[in-house]
Design a protein around this ligand. Structure first.
Ligand code: APR
Ligand code: PHB
Length: 393
């Protein structure tokens, strides 16, 4: 059995765990990151792609935005589509802020590379992780791999291991309240080798279901179709996908998405989920381990960054001033912002999707709401300020 000691043990090398480890390093606080998967899996898994203004600032302040500054695509607005007509929501005009399209796996690559060049202790394919003595002064992480057992003793543990990780389930259920909502649809997403033929993202309301036109780079588009939650991907040939995308995204001015080789197909579930509190003894949950949003508001990765911003601040005050106030307030501080993002993600989802059980009244009300958002500066500003990211402090 090998024993290790560190100040903060971090479970999970996604955006939350890696960013936390980097922010702590900048404050002279040591951490060990334990990740179940291979480095290549973390770096290649295609997921979210929109960074709020707030997250871009955070990455810049943390000195890890060199490639983001070069390759990130700055978007000054989005388009909302209704009845084949597009209506622009001009973020910069309404809020003074923009968002940046830059894939989550690119952020992960940048953070891993920075941590390694700073001598960070990242352990990929670490083995089976379990958490111990969370309510005591010296919690530990046990890592079992084949015949080896490592014990990592720490002052604090950060559970950054995503929705399916072990951190949240290490907390006794009686200590947590779960808020959960599933939606009666999913997204079928593709990554296509096609240069974006539109400058901004299109969120399209359509009588056959919602469709989203997004992108990753000047060569790659990312597109989604609302589908059944249990949709069988095998029934979606490339031709069927393109035909449905043309039908739903086609605009009255003749614009259609440009086709290209489909590089990847996948399904994304739609769920709103929060546990409270985000703290149990010396374990702090951050990111998807604590909450999930439906992807319509593009908030997932951004919420993960906000959580670890607050956690790094709180740990800094603890180590520098021996002040527990921010650690004690961590859960409440995060939750106030998390619930606003939950509200926004739920609202964007309700605004744009086809709900099978919607009554004729509900459908008329949804159209009226879209017409309102696209015609009222006040309503568009509300959408814009939430999309670019509410302030952190
Ligand atoms: N032990 C160690 N690592 C684990 C374990 C475990 N038992 N379980 C999961 N992990 C790892 C996963 O392999 C993954 O690399 O934890 C990491 C969690 O990363 P994410 O799921 O990306 O979660 P987070 O860092 O909170 O980032 C949230 O992910 O789902 C997207 O849209 C969401 O963009 C948001 C982001
Ligand atoms: C994406 O590009 O993957 C994307 C963009 C906007 C969203 C969700 C996903 O709201």
């Amino acid at each position: 059995m090998a024993k290790f000691e560190t100040q903060v043990g971090i479970v999970g090398a996604g955006p939350a765990g890696l960013m936390l480890s980097h922010l702590l390093h900048q404050q002279g606080i040591a951490s060990i990151v334990l990740e179940a998967k291979q480095r290549s899996y973390c770096e290649e898994r295609v997921r979210a792609g929109v960074l709020e203004h707030t997250s871009v600032e955070m990455l810049r302040d943390a000195g890890v935005a060199k490639r983001l500054n070069r390759e990130g695509l700055r978007h000054e607005g989005i388009e909302l589509g209704l009845g084949g007509q597009l209506h622009r929501i001009p973020f910069v005009e309404l809020t003074g802020k923009a968002v940046t399209v830059y894939g989550q796996q690119e952020v992960v690559k940048d953070l891993i590379s920075q941590r390694l060049s700073d001598g960070g202790d990242l352990r990929f394919e670490c083995g089976e992780v379990s958490l111990h003595d969370l309510e005591g002064d010296c919690p530990s992480i046990r890592v079992e791999k084949e015949a080896n057992v490592d014990i990592v003793s720490c002052d604090y543990i950060a559970g950054c291991d995503g929705f399916h990780g072990i951190s949240r389930s290490s907390i006794p259920p009686r200590a947590l309240t779960v808020y959960d909502r599933t939606y009666p649809f999913a997204w079928l997403g593709i990554l296509a080798e096609a240069a974006p033929s539109r400058e901004e993202l299109i969120y399209m309301h359509h009588e056959r279901g919602f469709a989203l036109y997004s992108m990753r780079s000047p060569r790659i588009t990312r597109l989604y179709l609302q589908c059944k939650p249990d949709e069988d991907l095998a029934e979606w040939s490339d031709d069927r996908i393109w035909s449905e995308l043309h039908t739903r995204l086609g605009c009255s001015d003749g614009w259609r998405p440009t086709e290209g080789k489909i590089l990847q197909k996948g399904m994304t579930g739609m769920r709103s989920f929060v546990v409270e509190p985000l703290k149990f003894g010396r374990l702090f949950l951050a990111g998807d381990a604590a909450h999930i949003v439906p992807p319509t508001g593009a908030k997932g990765m951004n919420l993960a960054f906000a959580d670890v911003h607050y956690l790094a601040e709180a740990l800094r005050e603890k180590y520098r001033d021996n002040n527990d106030a921010k650690l004690d307030a961590y859960s409440a501080t995060c939750l106030s912002r998390i619930w606003k993002a939950q509200r926004f993600s739920w609202w964007m989802t309700s605004l744009l999707h086809l709900f099978d059980d919607a009554s004729p009244f509900d459908r008329k009300r949804q159209i009226a709401e879209l017409e309102y958002v696209t015609s009222s500066r006040a309503a568009a500003t509300s959408l814009a300020e939430n999309y670019v990211g509410l302030p952190l402090d």
